[in-house]
Design a protein around this ligand. Structure first.
Ligand code: UDX
Ligand code: UDX
Length: 483
């Protein structure tokens, strides 16, 4: 049993989870050397950019945290083998996307990168190494990681090259939400550590204890830890689908979903958070984790449980298609050739992440209908939007000139709008799809003067003041509001 304190950490995967998590550990534990490694050279170069506004992940407060420790005890590198060899503890924080083909396609997680990392750790580790699963994984993945590590231990012992490396595997799921990652890491509701090796658990707990109160560090067995992460995300996503289902009912009956959310949220058994109706949940985790749960339930012969959770994802997809089709309906049944301004493309505010963003499906449906979309987002690049929509950007049309050839032929096109004025000029409608704070303070009478009338505002995030919109002479649809 190894009880020495951790002096050196390696994290494989410099993404939205690995980067901020390691930056906070390095900031809070100056005596620990933290190396974040990634196969992606461009990503590592961006983490090393002297200009802290160029970090590959946009996250409020991250630049300050990285600025304090980079070059001191925080390093970003592509030398994965060396970082593993010198580490007492290796975090695996690589992506685990949903499989697109083969067994479990569309539901199960693709574990090929996690497996590759385990093999690389097995090959390069020296001495006793604690391997920590940070990536969200299906239950019992730790078993596979352990099997790979143990096989290498046996092989090394067979070759008799001195003492073989030894390993302990822990599960330490991440609960940070993008946009608030730094605060979530600095003041977590809880830290969860699952494992069997008490000394390894205490070594990891010792790191978090530098800034997290002891009672917030929960210790469980490996499988409980892995399943807790999937369950936490499934519960959170389920609340959003529940409130979005009620939003549709509110629109039909004359109730207001914000009032309903307030009324039910004051019941302490329900609680007020995560009851914001919107264009459906996005992000890299919710859908993937629920589908993982669905796959596991089928695997363990529980089809009713699988169906229960799958309906959370179905409702979410339905909400996104519902919003796109109501836009078409309100605009006299056609958006072909019409200019629409999309405000917000990220899956939530304060992030540049677009994975599973509701805007992708909603914009995709409108493009299908032949719309001409001007897309604005303060942090998402035009290249990213083009990848997500699977459609290159067109050049912005001249608002004074007549319809473009594409518009006349009914072909959907989009272009990036540098600012809100450019986005709304000549538009028949504005759709707010991300709750960026700047969209809460828009000059609606100025915007109305630039639009083609009758003009609509579709507020999927409840950020506008209805009276202001109406007094600017605009028609308004707000999620969960009969109007
Ligand atoms: C990832 C997982 O998607 C999520 O399930 C988990 O909870 C945390 O890790 P995230 O950090 O948001 O989330 O993913 P991403 O931003 O894609 O970062 C993963 C990084 O790992 C990428 O930069 C990728 O280049 C890197 N990687 C992947 C490796 O360095 N080696 C590999 O073998 C595979
Ligand atoms: C989520 C979990 O919150 C986090 O604990 C886990 O580690 C990773 O997955 P994240 O996806 O980054 O984090 O953001 P989150 O704030 O949970 O938002 C997810 C989606 O739900 C966003 O699209 C957001 O707009 C939406 N949402 C959230 C709502 O529609 N309504 C709400 O009330 C809250």
């Amino acid at each position: 049993m190894n009880t020495a304190p951790i002096r050196s950490i390696c994290c494989i995967g410099a993404g939205y989870v690995g980067g901020p998590t390691m930056a906070v550990i390095a900031d809070r534990c100056p005596e620990i050397q933290v190396k974040v490694v990634d196969l992606n050279e461009a990503r590592i170069a961006a983490w090393n950019d002297p200009d802290l506004s160029c970090l590959p992940v946009y996250e409020p407060g991250l630049d300050a945290v990285v600025g304090r420790s980079r070059g001191r005890n925080l390093q970003f590198s592509t030398d994965v083998d060396r970082a593993i060899a010198t580490a007492d503890m290796v975090f695996i924080s690589v992506n685990t996307p949903t499989k697109t083909k083969g067994l479990g396609a569309g539901q199960a997680s693709d574990l090929r990168w996690v497996e590759a990392c385990a093999r690389q750790v097995a090959k390069c580790a020296r001495g006793h190494t604690i391997v920590v699963e940070k990536s969200t994984l299906p239950v019992r993945t730790a078993e596979a990681v352990k099997a790979i590590l143990e096989a290498s231990q046996l092989a090394e012992a067979g070759e008799q090259k001195g003492p073989p490396p030894s390993f302990s595997v822990l599960s330490n799921p991440e609960f940070l939400a993008e946009g608030t990652a730094i605060a979530d890491l600095e003041q977590p509701d809880r830290v969860l550590i699952g494992g069997e090796d008490a000394a390894a658990i205490e070594a990891l707990a010792g790191i978090y204890q530098q800034w997290v109160p002891q009672e917030r560090i929960l210790r469980t067995n490996l499988w409980s830890s892995e399943l807790s992460k999937l369950t936490a995300n499934a519960f959170l996503a389920q609340r959003i689908s529940s409130i979005n289902s009620v939003a549709a009912l509110c629109e039909a009956t004359g109730a207001d979903v914000r009032e309903v959310a307030l009324a039910i949220g004051t019941d302490r058994r329900i609680g007020s958070r995560f009851l914001q109706s919107g264009p459906g949940f996005g992000g890299s985790c919710f859908k993937k984790d629920i589908l993982n749960l669905v796959y596991l339930c089928h695997h363990f012969g529980l089809p009713e449980v699988a169906e229960y959770w799958e309906s959370v994802v179905h409702l979410n997809t339905w909400q996104q298609h519902r919003i796109a089709s109501l836009v078409v309906r309100k605009l006299f049944g056609t958006v072909s050739g019409k200019r629409l301004a999309i405000l917000g493309f990220a899956f939530k505010a304060d992030t540049n992440d677009t994975r599973e963003a509701p805007a992708i499906r909603i914009a995709g449906d409108l493009l299908e209908e032949g719309a001409q979309l001007a897309i604005h987002d303060p942090k998402v690049s035009a290249e990213q939007i083009a990848r997500d929509l699977n459609l290159p950007a067109s050049s912005a049309p001249d608002a004074e000139a007549g319809p473009t050839r594409a518009a006349l032929s009914g072909e959907g096109t989009w272009w990036p709008a540098a600012n809100i004025t450019d986005a709304v000029r000549g538009a028949d409608a504005v759709l707010i799809l991300t709750e960026w704070s700047q969209y809460r303070q828009l000059d609606w009478s100025g915007i109305a003067a630039l639009m083609r009338h009758p003009a609509w505002v579709f507020d999927a995030r409840s950020v506008v003041d209805p009276a202001t919109i109406r007094s600017a002479g605009l028609s308004l649809w707000r999620v969960g509001d009969a109007g």
